[in-house]
Write a protein that binds this ligand. Structure first.
Ligand code: T4K
Length: 407
């Protein structure tokens, strides 16, 4: 790690980046190579490469963690959402937050369902139940909550609204494996919840996903949808797709699951160190994950208050990126601004609009070490504490805003 004496040493002024190698947001965690190879050897010996015994074992483990009767593993989290929406025969309009990854919305659009965008709570970044209630019309067929950043939604309030209006409630739990709500694990709420096991998740299968549910009929339907529409007797019973998970992916996932508690503890330690080291930097606040519900801490989410930092989130991001700290501005500029084919809504998304301009996700999780976290925090401190000097010098270099690609 490069040492720096003054703000003039920052890489944005031509100094050497603090990190030689890029520091990614949620780089895949290290995996126990021997255990993985053992599993792959078994797979090679059996010559069974897709949707076999490793996938069944992975499903049983996820069902146990989620406290549910059924887990249906899929080839990715987006397909898990599509399969869940289809198995519920959703059509028409569905209430969903815009402040989410594009996959939540694209899965609806894939089935020609119209998202009715709902704003989020400024404290949690999760769907605002008060606004959900106001958005309900006879055209609404479901409510989709997203447990963003691993933090469960206000599930009781959403369930009460869904019950009152007899609407299915589905949760996109892509971020939330291992989190819990009022003592119960995420995975068993609503009619179904969906997970992602993409490489960037703390338990990953390279690409992968799952739907969890306690509804037997729904699970049977999901299993046939995943397998071209065939049921367990090989009868064609439904419209289907190929959503199966490969065995090699389940091998990876099972190996990560053996370190589940250690990974959760490491995620939390990362978050707590950031919290301590960022505490004295005014204008940069961490989402207070520990203040709400039990969370897996796999994302380190900050917001930048430009009125205090005197530097925009995007300017700060460019300073970090020059240092090889590849922080990200997730969900910019907002799904409601970029997903095609959705009529413009008259609903105010004031919190979403603010968050897409202020959220900064820092390299987190179990794959970053204590020195690296200190390096990220020192870079932020050096920048924010010297804004007056930096602003003039940076004017030229920061003239071009960061890429407008949604991330
Ligand atoms: N619902 C929600 C709420 C979601 O957030 C997501 C996905 C889904 C549904 C759909 O689940 P999947 O179909 O993806 O299973 C990432 C992920 O691609 C995506 O899975 C995730 N959410 C989303 C929040 O973030 P990017 O564009 O940030 O990913 P990517 O591939 O650029 O990776 C992020 C960083 O990690 C990069 O800086 C590079 C690094 N990286 C990435 C990979 C793949 C590595 O170091 N190693 C790797 O192998 O979207």
């Amino acid at each position: 790690m490069q040492q720096r004496e003054s703000w003039r040493d920052l890489a944005v002024f031509g100094g050497s980046p603090i990190f030689k190698e890029p520091l990614h947001v949620n780089k895949p965690n290290a995996v126990n190579r021997d255990r993985l190879v053992e599993r792959i050897d078994g797979m090679l010996a059996r010559r069974w490469f897709s949707d076999g015994q490793l996938v069944r074992e992975f499903e049983q483990n996820i069902a146990r963690i989620a406290g549910v009767r059924h887990c249906v593993a899929t080839c990715n989290g987006t397909l898990a959402l599509q399969a869940a929406f289809r198995a519920l025969d959703l059509i028409g309009e569905v209430i969903v937050p815009s402040f989410t990854y594009v996959a939540t919305i694209q899965a609806l659009r894939w089935l020609n369902i119209t998202p009715v965008y709902c704003d989020v709570d400024p404290e949690t970044h999760n769907i605002d139940p008060g606004q959900v209630e106001r958005l309900i019309t006879p055209k609404i067929r479901a409510i989709v909550g997203v447990h963003l950043w691993g933090q469960p939604c206000q599930i009781d309030a959403l369930a009460a609204i869904a019950d009152r209006h007899r609407l299915p409630l589905v949760f996109d739990a892509a971020h939330a494996l291992g989190s819990s709500y009022r003592g119960r694990p995420v995975g068993g709420f609503g009619v179904a919840e969906t997970f992602s096991f993409h490489a960037t998740k703390f338990v990953n299968t390279a690409e992968g996903g799952a739907i969890t549910t306690n509804n037997d009929a729904l699970a049977a339907r999901l299993r046939s949808e995943r397998r071209f529409g065939f049921d367990s007797d090989g009868e064609m019973v439904d419209v289907g797709t190929n959503g199966k998970m490969p065995e090699i992916c389940a091998a990876l996932g099972l190996t990560y699951l053996e370190s589940f508690n250690e990974l959760l503890a490491a995620n939390k330690a990362t978050y707590m160190q950031y919290k301590a080291e960022l505490a004295d930097i005014s204008g940069i606040s961490l989402l207070p994950l520990e203040a709400f519900e039990n969370c897996n801490y796999q994302y380190v989410v900050a917001t930048v208050d430009e009125s205090e930092t005197q530097l925009s989130r995007d300017s700060l991001l460019r300073v970090l990126q020059a240092e090889n700290i590849l922080a990200k501005r997730y969900f910019h500029p907002g799904c409601h601004r970029i997903i095609p084919g959705v009529p413009e809504s008259s609903t105010q998304l004031a919190v979403t609009e603010r968050l897409v301009e202020t959220v900064l996700v820092l390299p987190g999780g179990a794959s970053i070490n204590r020195h690296e976290i200190t390096g990220v925090c020192e870079t932020l401190r050096l920048t924010v504490n010297n804004v007056a000097q930096l602003r003039a010098a940076l004017a030229d270099r920061l003239a071009h805003p960061a890429s407008s690609k949604l991330a």
